[in-house]
Design a binder for this molecule. Sequence first.
Ligand code: CP3
Length: 351
Amino acid sequence: MGISSTDPLLLRAARGEVVDRPPVWMMRQAGRYMKAYRDLREKYPSFRERSEIPEVAIEVSLQPWRAFQPDGVILFSDIVTPLPGLGIDMDIAEGKGPIIYSPIRTQEQIENLRTFEPEESLPFIKTILQALRQEVGNKSTVLGFVGAPWTLAAYAVEGKGSKTYSVIKNMAFSQPAILHQLLTKLADAIAIYVRYQIDCGAQVVQMFDSWAGQLSPQDYEIFALPYQKRVFEQVKATHPDTPLILLVSGSAGLLERMAQSGADVLTIDWTVDMADARARLGKNVKVQGNLDPGVLFGSKEFIRDRILDTVRKAGNRGYILNLGHGVLPETPEENVAFFFETAKGLNAAVV
Ligand code: CP3
C-alpha cells in the first residue's frame, strides 16, 4: 500500500502531504442534531440495535455523508461496543451513556476476562466498514475508532460515566497493580480491535482517551500514556501505513506528553489556541481540531471567521479541520451544513 495521489484528502493530510485545503470532518457527526437520525431512533430505540444491526449502522454512518460530504466518514458505533466480547456486559442508556452491569472491582474479575476475538464477538463491524468503503469510494476517508485503555477502564471500573472518577482513582492510588493488570489486558484487546478495523476497511483510526485529561500529568504518564503506546506500537508493528489519531479531552496540560504516544495525529481542543499548539508541538506533529463545538450556535459570519482563524494558525500541512470535541446535540443542522460548505470552499490562497 504505497502513497497514491488517488487517495482521499484526509488520508493524504494524515500522512503529512501538502494538500490544497485542509480536509474536514466532525466528531460525532452522526447523531442527535440530525433530524434523519432522530427519526430513525424512533424505529430503533436501542443504541445497541442502531449500532449493531449492520443495515441500520450503515444508514446512520451515511446520513452525514449524504447531507454534507465530509472528508471523513466515521463508523457509527461506541467505544464500549467491544466490552461484551471481553465478558463485560453493558448497555447504552438514552441521555446517560454506557452502563456496565457488573463493574470490575476485583483481581478475580480481571483474570476471568475473556480472550477478545473480534470476528466472533463483533461480526457486524466488517459488514459496516466494507459497506462504507464501497459507498464513499475514494471521495472520502473511512475512519474507525476505539476507546483507549484508561477511558475504557474508567467505564468498566466505575460502571458508568463519572464526574470525579473516585472509584477508578481509588483503585489507581490504593491498588495500582490490579489496575495495571486491567489496563494491560484492555490495551492488548484494543490493539487487536484496531487491526481488525483496519483489515475490514478503516483507512484511519482514532483512539479516544476522553477521560485521560482527568489525570494529573504525573499520573497520565503512569496510567494513560504507557497503554496508549502499547496499543499504537502493536498496531504499527503490523499496519505501519495506517494513520492513528489520539484524542484526550481537556488536554491543554498534556500536549507534549501526548506527542510521545506514537500517534500520527493529535486532536487539539479549544482550550489551547491552535497557534500555541503548533508552537508547542513543532512542525512535525500533525494536528486536528480545534473549534469549540459551541461556535456552531453562532451566526454564519462568526462561524466563518473562526474557521478562517483556526485554519490560518494551523497551516496547510499535517492538519485536519475539526471541532475540538463532538458536535453538540442541540446544534442547528443548517450551521453544520454551513461549516462543511465553508471548509470545503477554502483554498490554498486562504491558508
Ligand atoms: O463520531 C461519530 O459519529 C461516531 C459515533 C460515536 C458515538 N460514540 C455514538 C454515540 C463515537 C465516536 C462515540 C465515542 C464515545 N462514546 C466516546 C468518546 C468520544 C467523546 O465524546 O469523548 C465516549 C466517551 C463514549 C461514551 C458515550 N456513549 C457517551 C458519553 C454517550 C453520550 C450520552 C449522551 O446521551 O449524551 C454515549 C452514547 C452515544 N454514543 C450517543 C451517540 C450518538 C448518544 C446516544 C444516542 O444518540 O442515542
